[in-house]
Ligand binder design. Sequence first.
Ligand code: SF4
Length: 421
Amino acid sequence: MNVHETEKLYAAFEKEGCCREEKPEAADIIVFNTCCVREGAETRVLGNLGRIKHLKAAKPDLIVAVCGCMTQQRSAAEMLHKRCPFINVITGTYSLALLPNMVKAVERGEKFILDLEVNETVPVGANEAVRSDNVNSFVNIMYGCNNFCTYCIVPYVKGRERSRKLADIVNEVRSLLDRGVKEITLLGQNVNSYNDGENDFYALLSELSALPGDFWIKFMTSHPKDLSDDVIRLIGRQRKLANYIHLPVQSGSDRILKAMNRRYDTAAYMHKIDMIREYIPDAGITADVIVGFPTETDEDFRATVDLVRRVRYNNLFMFIYSKRNGTPAAVMDGQISEAVKKARIAELITVQAKIARELAEKAVGKTFLALCDGRGKNATAKTYDDRVIVFDDGGEDYYNSFVNIEVTGTKNSKLYGKIRK
Ligand code: SF4
């Protein structure tokens, strides 16, 4: 999602006559768009700022701005200002579209701007972005989150859920399709609770999949409690909705799910998986899992391993629990030692690697509809169920075309194939 926020920042600056520089040495303005959802954001940002400090010393007019969800947290913004007094602008997630104005104010002589104002309207310029990729384009359909999972910082730095108007989204998608984009990925922290006051996610998907042209739609992220059976059935029967669902489970233990405030249990989650398997038989299912949440016992962890074995995900994004200051879980009793967390994730990685290898081997000999997003001897194409196949294009240009590819072999669960004409 941050990649798309950065695309929107490019658009906001381009509107003011700026152009992109590949090297920081050539830039007059350097913007760091931060993310604190994953671990280590502060260390990375401090490291990157350290690397450009000498540029600011050599070129005092250079403007340095830091924005994004890390700096939406006042404590992080103040820490950065103290440690890196050469920064000219610090803002959070709400005022990204206003960043060029803040930069202009610095050009007019302001020494330092700190803008952490919370503005929970849909961001200005929400539908303007400079996309570097014409195969896949991201489209934000909503912002924020109401769920307050106890480990997650998002609701505190991105605010409550607010959805863009359906007509605006449809117009944006239509213009992307007119430009030749073939894959649209709808983005939101919880796309299934999309609601613009008149239309829900089902209505949005129905409207988008009725647009003319050869394309498909993917979306992320789905919350298991909000993914409706109707949406699952719609994906099953509507060809333009790709057979891919990312459905984060986070834990296979009901006790831990409750402590995480996920508001579903494993039975409800497995019901969704069963529905997906029934109505979308070839669905690619992926998920996120957190290992070592506070108080997680061996038994809880075994339940997670067991669930992963039952679902057999195409891909699993596995994370060691790490504290996010300001979240309830960060101050919970029963924090798990690093050694235990590492041992558990190592076991889970091994389990998932075996599943991924087996699924890859099962794909050999099958032909997949895929969208080509690379060229050359190791060209790549993304399948309808979101797997990547590597193939040799033999000098022909398949880029941004739908192709049929037969999987001819695998290596470390990576798929290799050849074009079927
Ligand atoms: S659903 Fe939970 S994990 Fe996802 S963004 Fe919202 S609070 Fe965070």
